[in-house]
Ligand binder design. Structure first.
Ligand code: 5RP
Length: 224
């Protein structure tokens, strides 16, 4: 099984999990990235039964609309029932690094409103200690140099992601050479820097369920 086949398999497992739970007023939160795209494409089969979705990026909203699936503004709903999204890394506590696709802030907002966050990934994303994948940080453009200097003080090597502007009009700094043994403390410390919008650590709000594709099938993991 190649990586795309694993992404497709885990997206299908998420559909199998969510589809029987969909009711008329169910609000589905939809993530961003190549694994989430497989989920969106599979969702098309259920379009008549899905009345409300919210998307974590303009790209995902556009893809949903192309399939004829209704997308609303998050402000027009009072909750998200199920949020399905990929990740760049997960540890055994289902704390995540996200933001490889620069959608971390909207992803974090949708995750915060979600009753159940279902993360979909292939087994290469499961790690012992977060941080091999460079942690993305969304930053207000005028604060870029100041925030970078503050991040160096925390021990990271911030690298400006060239030619990327987020859906919110901001820039991304990716933190290299930055192992994260204490995700909750690190998430809070980075978010406390003035000029940071948010960082891609999902430790305060981890996933509730991790569906993990392996060559021998999809595993279901709950937080240890
Ligand atoms: C986008 C994300 C994605 O969920 C993450 O980058 C994983 O992407 P993919 O499914 O393409 O591997 O956080 O901001």
């Amino acid at each position: 099984m190649n990586q795309d086949q694993m992404k497709q398999a885990v997206a299908q497992a998420a559909l199998d999990y969510v589809a029987p739970r969909i009711e008329d007023d169910t609000v589905l939160g939809i993530g961003t990235g190549s694994t989430a795209n497989f989920f969106i494409d599979g969702l098309a089969e259920y379009r008549g039964r899905i009345n409300v979705t919210v998307a974590s990026s303009e790209a995902s909203a556009e893809r949903l609309r192309q399939h004829g699936i209704p997308v609303v503004d998050l402000n027009s709903v009072d909750r998200v029932d199920y949020y399905v999204d990929g990740a760049d890394e997960s540890n055994a506590a289902l704390q995540l690094i996200k933001g490889g696709g620069a959608a971390l802030t909207r992803e974090k907002i949708v995750a915060a409103t979600a009753k159940e966050f279902i993360c979909i990934a292939d087994e290469s994303k499961l790690v012992h200690t977060l941080g091999n994948f460079p942690l993305p940080v969304e930053v207000i453009p005028m604060a870029r140099s100041y925030v970078a200097r503050e991040l160096v003080k925390l021990g990271a090597d911030p690298v400006y992601r060239e030619d990327v502007v987020t859906d919110n009009g901001n820039i991304i700094l990716d933190l290299h050479n930055f192992a994260i043994p204490q995700p909750l403390a690190t998430e809070k410390a980075i978010n406390a820097i003035v000029g940071v919008v948010t960082n891609g650590l999902f430790a305060d709000r981890p996933a509730d369920l991790l569906l993990l594709a392996t060559p021998s099938g999809v595993k279901s993991l709950k937080a240890e």
